[in-house]
Write a new protein. Structure first.
Length: 140
């Protein structure tokens, strides 16, 4: 089963963990991407995210389904914030459950990489001392 979404409200890791938790799953792996206060020496005050929502949701669904198809996992949840995300707030939440830890951890890691490379969500960094600028999506 899959839960994907774009949210203008704060993300809840607890709710997503509850969604993926099933009796068959002995492992739940999660990733929470937090807006940090620095990028390459410049002070960041916030991130702003935009997306063409129908396409982004379709791609999120495709990423989640790919995780289900590739790994022996029970459930996958991938959510991304839209709008202004202040420093310290979550911008991305990914949670994967499986019978054993390896599939959950690997599924969570691949979901993040595919999210960054395949999902059309666009990020602008807002700085203290310089003009805001759009940032290209990056994978490892």
């Amino acid at each position: 089963m899959i839960s994907v979404g774009l949210s203008w409200e704060p993300l809840s890791l607890d709710k997503l963990t509850e969604f993926v938790s099933v009796p068959e799953a002995g492992a739940v792996s999660s990733f929470l991407g937090i807006a940090r206060n620095d990028n390459q020496g410049e002070s960041v005050t916030a991130l702003e995210f935009e997306a063409y929502e129908p396409m982004a949701l379709k791609q999120l669904q495709r990423v989640a389904q790919g995780i289900l198809d590739k790994f022996e996992v029970q459930k996958v949840a991938i959510w991304h914030r839209l709008g202004v995300v202040k420093v310290g707030e979550a911008a991305v939440a990914i949670v994967v459950s499986s019978a054993h830890r390896k599939a959950a951890i690997e599924g969570c890691a691949l979901a993040l990489e595919r999210l960054k490379s395949d999902v059309p969500v666009f990020k602008k960094e807002v700085f203290v001392f310089s003009a805001p600028r759009w940032v290209a999506n990056r994978s490892l």
